[in-house]
Design a protein around this ligand. Structure first.
Ligand code: SF4
Ligand code: SF4
Length: 166
């Protein structure tokens, strides 16, 4: 959709805002009785669709054998501007790295999506999910298992080849 620019001329002398106020009130009253045009969503029973680019609660994707795809490379905690990813790397007998500890503090996270963009294994993703309220700050710290247990769709990041997401 093309972006249109509307230039609004500023009034030069004294103006009365009574007419504009009445117009605004008339619009409000019109919508008050316009039952068919109501836009109230009965959340949480009804939910509005969210963008495929929504960046919300994280998800750790798993391999076919059910293990985390993370190879503990350390890129996501390095790039994270909120410093909210905790990673303690481990190594098995064959020299494969894996996360001994992997935690994300969803409360500190600013949902920039850098972790998803930088991950070489496409393991960690921000997700199309926002219902993650908690009663305590500790509740927002997602450990590896909790991240792996998430099942919501993951975010489709911005694609420079398709800037409008069409
Ligand atoms: S989305 Fe951004 S702030 Fe949140 S964990 Fe990932 S890199 Fe850090
Ligand atoms: S960038 Fe990916 S592979 Fe590297 S530590 Fe983070 S989640 Fe693991």
């Amino acid at each position: 959709m093309a972006i249109k620019v509307k230039v609004v001329e500023r009034p030069t002398g004294d103006v009365s805002y009574v007419r504009a106020t009445l117009k605004g009130m008339a619009l409000t009253v019109k919508h008050l009785f316009d039952v068919n045009g109501r836009v109230t969503t009965q959340y949480p029973e009804e939910k509005s669709p969210i963008s495929p680019r929504w960046r919300g609660t994280h998800r750790m994707l798993t391999t076919e054998t059910g293990k985390a795809r993370c190879v503990a490379c350390g890129l996501c905690p390095t790039v994270c501007p909120a410093n909210c990813i905790k990673l303690v790397p481990g190594e098995d007998e064959e020299g494969n790295r894996y996360p001994l500890v992997f935690e994300i503090d969803e409360f500190r996270c600013i949902f920039c999506g850098y972790c998803q963009e930088v991950c070489p294994e496409e393991a960690i993703h921000v997700g199309r999910h926002y219902e993650n309220s908690e009663y305590s700050r500790e509740g927002f710290v997602y450990d590896l298992q909790r991240l792996m247990d998430q099942s919501h769709p993951v975010c489709e990041m911005w694609d420079p080849e398709d800037p409008k997401g069409e």
